[in-house]
Ligand binder design. Structure first.
Ligand code: MLT
Length: 242
C-alpha cells in the first residue's frame, strides 16, 4: 500500500503555505463550530451556508433565512440560534437551510475553499472522517481553526488524534513537525482528554459563558456517521455519496 502524506496547519493564517488543490483538507473547530455542524446534520438539517462576516449573515437574515452564529462565543444579537450544538438538537431544523457565522470556524472554511475536498471533522464524526481519508487516494491537511489566527489546544489535540490513528494503521506517514507535535500532544492528553483541554483559553471562555456541557459533548467520539463537505458555497452531508 502506498502511504499518503498528512500535515497539520495550526492556524488559518498559515494556509497559503500549503498547496491544497490536490489535498483533502479536514476543517477542525472542536469548540464548537465543526462539532455543531456535525450535530446539525445528525439532526437532519438539509444544508449549512457558512459566511465569514456578520454583515453577510445579517443580509441573509433580511432575506428571511434562519441564521445561527456567535461572536466570541456569544449568540449574535440578530441570530435565531447560537453556536451551541444543543441549539441544533431540535426537530425544527430538519430539512432546513441555515446560515452559519462563527468567530473562527466559518472564516477558516473561506480560507480553505480551494481544497480538493473540504471535509468537516470533529470527535463526533471521527470514524467517518478517518474512514474517508483512509479510503481516498489523496494526501491530507488537517486545518485547525484556532482562535483569531492563534494556536488552539483543542483543535491541535483533535488533529493529533486523527494523525495517530491514520499513521498507526499505516495509511499515512508524516515528516511534518506540526503533525508530529500533534501526535505527541494527543499521547499526553488521551488518558484524560477533558483535563488537558481544560487548560485551553477557549474552554475558560466557554465556561465563563456557562457552556460547560458543550465542552464535554464536543469531546465525545463517534456519535454520528455524518461526513459534511463544503461544496458550491454550502456544507452538505455526503456520507451516503462518497
Ligand atoms: C468559532 O468558530 O470560533 C467557535 O466555534 C466559537 C464558539 O465556541 O462558539
Amino acid at each position: 500500500m502506498q502511504q499518503k502524506n498528512i500535515e497539520v496547519c495550526f492556524s488559518p493564517a498559515l494556509i497559503d503555505n500549503y498547496d491544497i488543490k490536490d489535498k483533502n483538507v479536514v476543517l477542525i473547530d472542536v469548540l464548537r463550530a465543526t462539532s455543531t455542524i456535525c450535530t446539525a446534520f445528525a439532526w437532519g438539517i438539509k444544508e449549512i451556508i457558512p459566511v465569514a462576516s456578520e454583515e453577510e449573515a445579517q443580509a441573509y437574515k433580511t432575506k428571511g433565512f434562519i441564521v445561527a452564529g456567535e461572536r466570541d462565543g456569544k449568540v449574535l444579537s440578530f441570530a435565531d440560534l447560537g453556536n451551541s450544538p444543543f441549539n441544533f438538537m431540535n426537530d425544527k431544523i430538519k430539512d432546513q437551510s441555515i446560515v452559519f457565522c462563527t468567530t473562527n470556524g466559518t472564516k477558516a472554511i473561506n480560507a480553505a475553499k480551494n481544497a480538493l475536498r473540504l471535509v468537516v471533522g470533529s470527535y463526533l464524526n471521527f470514524s467517518s472522517v478517518a474512514n474517508y481519508l483512509e479510503k481516498d487516494n489523496h494526501d491530507a491537511l488537517l486545518l485547525c481553526s484556532g482562535w483569531k489566527n492563534k494556536f488552539s489546544i483543542e483543535d491541535m489535540l483533535f488533529a493529533g488524534s486523527l494523525c495517530y490513528r491514520l499513521i498507526a494503521r499505516k495509511y499515512f506517514q508524516t515528516d511534518d513537525d506540526a503533525a508530529i507535535v500533534s501526535v505527541d500532544m494527543w499521547n499526553n492528553a488521551k488518558n484524560d482528554l477533558l483535563k488537558y483541554v481544560d487548560k485551553s483559553d477557549h474552554c475558560k471562555r466557554l465556561k465563563k459563558l456557562g457552556y460547560n456541557e458543550d465542552i464535554e459533548y464536543c469531546h465525545t467520539f463517534d456519535t454520528t456517521d455524518t461526513l459534511p463537505v463544503f461544496t458550491e458555497n454550502k456544507i452538505i452531508d455526503t456520507n451516503e455519496n462518497i
